[in-house]
Design a protein around this ligand. Sequence first.
Ligand code: HEM
Length: 461
Amino acid sequence: MENKISLYRPPAPYPGEAAEGWRNFSNYLSSDPLGVIPKELYECAIFQFDDDDPRKFLVNEPKLLSRVLEEQQAIFPKGGGIAELLKPILHNGLVSAEGVDWQDQHEMVAPIFSNSSVRISFGYLQEALSSFVERLLTYSETGQTIKLAEEINFLVADVNFRCVFSKPIEIQLEHQCFNSIMKYEEEVAGTALDLKRFSGGGQPAFTEAALKTAENVRAVISQIIDEHMYNKPPNTQNFFQIFQEARVPSTGKRFTKSQLVDQVASIFLSSHETTSAALCWSVYILAQCPEIVERIRTEVQLVTACGRISYEHLPRLRFTRDVFKEVLRLYPPVLYLSRIAREDTTLGDTLIPKESMVIISPWVVHRHRSFWENPDMFDPDRFSRGEAKATLGSYFPFGLGPRMCTGASYVTFLGIKVIARLCSMFDFETVNTDEVRPDSTLYLKPSRPVLCKVHKRKFSK
Ligand code: HEM
């Protein structure tokens, strides 16, 4: 049942000729990073920026990027990327730790991402999604226009909060915690454009305001933990319980209170904006592709026999999964993975001097002209055609190797479930369709509020 209708091109700049000066890394970052990427960057294997300090490389070739991210993690540790910018909140949590400390934490929190835990999280997702659907039903009755990101941010905050603490998030707390995290991310977005300063081992220069916001976020999380420990719901399974029971493999010690804050912050920060961005793009694209929505509905009806979408149904919703995968190909929320070379080395024929910054961009590789057919078009069938397999390592919205996203399988289930449920129940109509562009300041989000109307389908459950 393949889609023969002409393909949709979601908003993205058209790669053109290289503008003057764009090879200079700081010029490149301080302009519109997605807009200025010329054709040649989507065609090359490896690219060296032309800077005062020329130790900055962009690696596209799958074998080479796999060496950086998977095979030679010891030579290419994390550095100069988003994790560094989030350190004032994360301190030394899983996302930003390195070496033995990272290995210990990785082992300690692994049960969170086991199959049984993902299944429990699915229950929390169902609850949060039901509340979300209730809100959408109200909007469909009143006919009001909603700001899509605000609604989806709340849904994702609610899912996260339930997974960590087994209870729904209240609006006030969502503002205090998740909105403060977003405020922090906006405050450091300028610093992100100043990556040059802290490549090669330097430190990013945080503003007073950003540090203050980071302190507030940690204080709020610390208070949430205190309240949770005091009023813990009995017999519940959640991420926080796993953090509390975890032991450092070498010493048998538990996480300290400050380390518990690091872990909760790591989950909140790594999952919130990324998942929200992916879901916003999904709804935006589907609003422009009614024939894809029909195919999702047909699949859901066939697989669930018109019943409720259960955990067991998810692996069988293959087309819906491919839709979510294609959204993540075109709009990978984490635009750049950044590593610092610990020693002189080579990648292919290119010499990579010690302390070079090696950047790998899912955005560029996912739209690379050598690895994808019609790279800028929305074509979920490319996965069932086996296109991504043709060049292994050309698709990695969750990263690759040991530092790959620990939440990847959980998010994939979440994406399938949310898309399947929303398409089964609603039609979405975007109001400001032509104004929406990808914004790349920290995560890849829609540039302005996507304004949307929600229409309840006739006969939907
Ligand atoms: C669409 C949603 C998401 C995307 C696209 C995404 C993407 C990524 C990427 C690309 C990395 C690797 C960064 C690097 O190598 O430098 C990463 C790391 C990580 N992600 Fe996700 N993520 C998503 C959602 C989540 C969720 C829901 C969770 C948790 C519930 C999560 C937890 C983490 C953690 C803990 C790490 C650090 C792993 C480590 O360094 O050991 N992510 N994510």
